[in-house]
Every structure is written in structure tokens, then in C-alpha cells.
Design a binder for this molecule. Structure first.
Ligand SMILES: *[C@@H]1O[C@H](CO)[C@@H](O)[C@H](O)[C@H]1NC(C)=O
Ligand SMILES: *[C@@H]1O[C@H](CO)[C@@H](O)[C@H](O)[C@H]1NC(C)=O
Ligand SMILES: *[C@@H]1O[C@H](CO)[C@@H](O)[C@H](O)[C@H]1NC(C)=O
Ligand SMILES: *[C@@H]1O[C@H](CO)[C@@H](O)[C@H](O)[C@H]1NC(C)=O
Ligand SMILES: *[C@@H]1O[C@H](CO)[C@@H](O)[C@H](O)[C@H]1NC(C)=O
Ligand SMILES: CC(=O)N[C@H]1CO[C@H](CO)[C@@H](O)[C@@H]1O
Length: 506
């Protein structure tokens, strides 16, 4: 009765159905736990599935594989943890259903045994089956708790791994973000740099342009300057030549003027001579006798030169030089020097009678001067010129010259003029002295001997216009020259002088 049962039992659906979905493998078959039950002559062998071998199961080794990110059948998609937990639940469910299936199967078996065995055998068998069932239930419970524990651990590990992964991911993201940021910044800076470089090159080109422009301008200016300099040089040369020509022309001009005045003087002299020789008649026939140059001027003669005047009641005319230009004209000149052609080292008698050339240098004579100025009230003027071309004058409102008996004593009043603030000629009356007649105020000296010429020496005074004529270059540091102290100092010899008289009320 039993052997066929046993045989059929061995081929029971437990092996065929319970594990039909598993791939047959040696490892799996080794892991199967074998449970044997001996019941009299019969022995029952149960093969129960080992939960550790389940696909995607929570064996520690597999969990570790999973934690190490290794591929394999148990790998959980790291980006889908919810699916994973679902999988665990599924697995649990699966286990539960397996358990249930087992239980159901056991019950089925029991039923089968109860139906097919004898009562006693059946009882004993049922007892064994009960015992077995309890054991199996115990084992199942143990398995379940173990699985749950494993699952929980797995969950923790998964969470840790996930956390770690997410942290790493976050870090990676952060890193990539910062990298991106840095890249962007780098790009920005690069573009900025290139922009700056562009700008710089632009500026550089501009600067170069400006520099070249400036250089060109400078060159132009330099050329212009050179041109101007050459122009200036030519102009200077032109100016110099013009100056030279002007000098020639002016000398020509002065020469012509001198000739003209000489001609005019000659004409006047001739006219006067004609007038005097024909009895000094005017056109109307009236007899005119000029007492001095002022009369001639008043008669309409305005040219300086030689004139004939009649002094006192004398019938003989006196030749004099008339200055018709200086300070209103009408001046009768009694001393004139301008080129040293006449020697003024003369005796008393010569100074009394006069000497020299009336149209050149001359001394009119003390006697004539005395007679002339005795005709009325006369003023006296002294004109001077130095070698530097400066002119000056001394003016005396009143001029009085005594007779020869009173040594031609000179009295002056009312000084004014530009040749010194005070008179260089003694005004309080000093006698005339020559080398042969000493009338000066120097008790133990002869001024005329020391200073030469004839003059109204004081002791010896500040002036002597009849001194030695010194030409230019020899005219300084001369005590016996033509001296007018308050004009040019005590030792300067003047270039030109003239002394002249005119009625005070002219
Ligand atoms: C349990 O039994 C049912 C039906 O009897 C079957 O569909 C299911 O796949 C079985 N489960 C396992 C884990 O063997
Ligand atoms: C079955 O259970 C009883 C008591 O419950 C026990 O004495 C006996 O040894 C058990 N049999 C087996 C085979 O375990
Ligand atoms: C998971 O990471 C968070 C921070 O992201 C942390 O607060 C938490 O404690 C972590 N959990 C575990 C189990 O490490
Ligand atoms: C000139 O002569 C006149 C008479 O002919 C006379 O009256 C007069 O006083 C004389 N004058 C002089 C200055 O001699
Ligand atoms: C001085 O001038 C006069 C008159 O102009 C002239 O005749 C004479 O030759 C001149 N003498 C000298 C040395 O220049
Ligand atoms: C008097 C005098 O100096 N005459 C000169 C005037 O100028 C010409 C030239 O222009 C000379 O030849 C003269 O000698």
C-alpha cells in the first residue's frame, strides 16, 4: 500500500510547483533544508525553501554588494527608493503567500492522510503531522521575523546609502554649480579682458595716430620756424642796407642843408652889402639903420647870417652874425665856436676889437658889445652843445657890460635855463681878463694864464667859453678847455657855443 504513495508523494507538487519558478541551480538545491519524518516503515521528506536564496533577497552578502554600488540581480535603482520599499513589501507578501501556500498544502496533506490511512495509523500520523506542522510553523515564524529584521536593516542601510548618495549628489551639484559659476565668471573675465585689450589696442592706435600727427605738426613748425628765421635774416639784411642808404642819404641831406644855409648867408651878406653901399635904402627910399639883429628881424629878416648894424651914431656899419632862429630869433651873436678853426688865445686888444670870421668862429669885440648893449636894456643867452649831441642854454634877463675903463665889467641878473640850476658865469660883476691884463678875483694867480683865453674870470670861476678847443676824444679832463661847470662839469670841453644879446623887451 505504501510504496506507491511514497513514490507519488515524492513527486508531490511541493517540489514541482513550489519551486517551479526558480531557475534550477546547484547552489539553490544545496540550500534547501530537508525535513525528514519517520513514521513506522514510512519516511517523509519535506523540502522547504530557504528564504535567503530568494531573488533580490536580503542575504547579507547581497546587501553588501548593493551598498557597494555593484551591479547584480539585487541592485536597487538608486533614483527610485520608493520602488525599492515596494519591492520589499512585495517580497514580504510573496513570503507570506508562500507560507500560506505551505500551510494550505500541509492541511491538504493532512486531509489526504486522514482520508487514505487507517484510523490508528491515521491518528498517529496526524499526531506526527501536527507535531511537524507546529515545528514548521515555528520555523516559518522564525523565518518571518528574521526576514523582517533583515528587511529593516536593509532599509536603514538603504536610507544611509541614499542619504550619502544624495549628499554626494548635492555636493556634486554644488560643485558643478560653483564650477559653472566659475566658468561663467571666467568667461566674463575673459570677454572683459578681450574687451579691454581691444580698447587698449584702439587707444594705442589712437595715441600713435596723435603722436604721428604731433610729430608732423612739430616738423611743420620747425620748417616754418626755419623759414621765418631765413625771412628775418633777409629782412635784417634789407634793413641794414636800408639803414646804410639812409645814412648816406642823411649825410647827403645835411651836406645839402649846410650848402643851402651857406648860400642863404651869402645872399644875405650880399643884400646887406648892397644895402649899405647904396646908403641903406629900402625900396621906399627911407634910410634904415638897424641898431642890432632884433631890428633886422623886426624888419622881416628871418634868416640867420651876416648882417650890418649901426651902433650909436656911428656911420660905419659893424658886421655881425644874427641868429634869427633860436628862441624867437633877433639875437646878435658876439661869440661863436663850433669847430676850433679860430684861435681864441688872444690879447686884450684883440678881445677889445674882435677877431675871427663873422660867418665862422668869432668874437665880436668888447668895445662893440659895450656900445651895443648900452643902447638899451639887453638880455643875454648862451647856447651850448656837448660831444654827445645834447644841447643846453643859460638865459640872463639883464646883461650889462661896462666900458674899458671899468675893465668891461659884467653884471648879470635873472638867470634861467637848462645848463645847470645856477649860473656858471659870475653874476656880481667881474672884470674881463686876458693873458696880458689880469682883472680876475684871484689874488695870487692869473686865471687867464691858467685857463687860457679872455674871460670874466672870478677866482677863477665856473666857466670859460673862450678856452682851448679840444676835439672829440680829447675833450675830457681838460681844465683849460671850453668849460661850463654846471652843464658838463669842471673838466669837460664843449663842442659848440654861442653867446648872444637881444633887447630885453624884444
Ligand atoms: C500559492 O498558491 C497559489 C494558488 O494556489 C499560487 O497562485 C501561488 O503562486 C502560490 N504561491 C507560491 C509562492 O508558490
Ligand atoms: C510529538 O509531540 C510529542 C508531545 O507533544 C512528543 O512527545 C513527541 O516526541 C513528538 N514527536 C516527534 C516526532 O517530535
Ligand atoms: C540624512 O541627511 C540629512 C541631511 O541631508 C541628515 O539631517 C540626516 O541625519 C541624515 N540621515 C542619516 C540617517 O544619516
Ligand atoms: C646921435 O646923434 C643925434 C643927433 O644927430 C643925437 O641927438 C644923439 O644923442 C646921438 N646919440 C648918441 C648915442 O650919441
Ligand atoms: C670851420 O667852419 C668854417 C665855416 O664853416 C670853415 O670855413 C672851416 O673850414 C671849418 N674848419 C674846420 C677845421 O673844420
Ligand atoms: C655830398 C654827397 O655826399 N653826395 C653824395 C650823395 O649820394 C650820392 C650817391 O647816391 C653820392 O655819389 C654823392 O657823392
Amino acid at each position: 500500500l505504501f510504496p506507491p504513495f511514497l513514490l507519488s508523494f515524492r513527486l508531490s507538487p511541493l517540489t514541482e510547483r513550489g519551486y517551479s519558478n526558480r531557475p534550477p541551480s546547484g547552489l539553490l538545491s544545496k540550500r534547501r533544508k530537508l525535513h525528514r519524518i519517520q513514521h513506522g516503515q514510512c519516511s517523509y521528506t519535506f523540502i522547504l525553501p530557504e528564504l535567503d536564496g530568494c531573488p533580490g533577497g536580503g542575504s547579507p552578502s547581497q546587501t553588501q554588494h548593493y551598498g557597494g554600488f555593484q551591479g547584480g540581480p539585487g541592485v536597487v535603482q538608486r533614483d527610485s527608493p520608493p520602488a525599492d520599499s515596494e519591492w520589499s513589501a512585495q517580497k514580504l507578501q510573496h513570503l507570506e503567500s508562500t507560507m500560506e501556500n505551505n500551510t494550505q498544502w500541509l492541511q491538504k496533506l493532512e486531509n489526504f492522510l486522514q482520508k487514505n490511512n487507517r484510523r490508528d495509523v491515521a491518528n498517529m500520523q496526524s499526531h506526527v503531522v501536527h507535531n511537524q506542522t507546529a515545528t514548521m510553523l515555528e520555523i516559518g515564524t522564525n523565518l518571518l521575523t528574521h526576514t523582517a529584521e533583515q528587511t529593516r536593516k536593509l532599509h536603514v542601510v538603504e536610507a544611509k546609502v541614499l542619504n550619502h548618495t544624495s549628499q554626494i549628489e548635492i555636493k556634486l551639484l554644488e560643485n558643478s554649480l560653483s564650477t559653472n559659476k566659475l566658468e561663467k565668471e571666467l568667461l566674463l573675465q575673459t570677454s572683459e579682458i578681450s574687451r579691454l585689450r581691444d580698447k587698449n589696442s584702439h587707444l594705442e592706435s589712437k595715441v600713435q595716430m596723435l603722436e604721428s600727427k604731433q610729430r608732423g605738426e612739430l616738423e611743420d613748425m620747425r620748417q616754418e620756424k626755419n623759414r621765418l628765421q631765413s625771412v628775418i635774416r633777409t629782412q635784417m639784411a634789407a634793413i641794414e642796407s636800408l639803414e646804410r642808404r639812409l645814412r648816406v642819404a642823411s649825410t647827403n641831406n645835411t651836406a645839402l642843408q649846410r650848402q643851402q644855409t651857406q648860400l642863404m648867408e651869402s645872399v644875405h651878406t650880399l643884400l646887406n652889402m648892397v644895402a649899405s653901399t647904396t646908403g641903406t635904402h629900402t625900396h621906399t627910399g627911407t634910410h634904415v639903420m638897424w641898431r642890432d639883429c632884433a631890428d633886422a628881424y623886426k624888419a622881416g629878416h628871418y634868416v640867420s647870417g651876416l648882417y650890418h648894424i649901426y651902433i650909436g651914431n656911428r656911420t660905419e656899419p659893424v658886421q655881425v652874425y644874427c641868429d634869427m632862429e633860436t628862441s624867437g630869433g633877433g639875437w646878435t651873436v658876439f661869440q661863436r665856436r663850433f669847430n676850433g678853426s679860430v684861435d681864441f688865445q688872444r690879447s686884450w686888444r684883440e678881445y677889445k676889437m674882435g677877431f675871427g670870421d663873422v660867418l665862422g668862429e668869432y668874437w665880436m669885440g668888447n668895445e662893440v658889445l659895450h656900445l651895443l648893449t648900452n643902447q638899451g636894456v639887453y638880455s643875454m643867452r648862451v647856447e651850448m652843445m656837448d660831444w654827445e649831441g645834447n644841447s643846453a642854454h643859460s638865459h640872463y634877463d639883464r646883461f650889462t657890460l661896462t666900458s674899458e675903463r671899468q675893465q668891461y665889467r659884467l653884471y648879470l641878473r635873472g638867470y634861467s635855463g637848462t645848463a645847470g640850476k645856477q649860473s656858471s658865469l659870475t653874476t656880481h660883476g667881474s672884470g674881463f681878463s686876458t693873458r696880458d691884463k689880469d682883472n680876475d678875483n684871484c689874488e695870487h694867480c692869473k686865471c687867464a694864464m691858467m685857463l687860457t683865453g679872455g674871460w670874466w674870470f672870478d677866482a677863477c670861476g665856473f666857466s670859460n667859453l673862450n678856452g682851448v678847443y679840444y676835439s672829440i676824444g680829447h675833450n675830457i679832463r681838460k681844465l683849460n678847455g671850453i668849460k661850463w661847470h654846471h652843464f658838463k662839469g669842471p673838466s669837460y670841453s664843449l663842442r659848440a657855443t654861442s653867446m648872444m644879446v637881444r633887447p630885453y623887451d624884444f
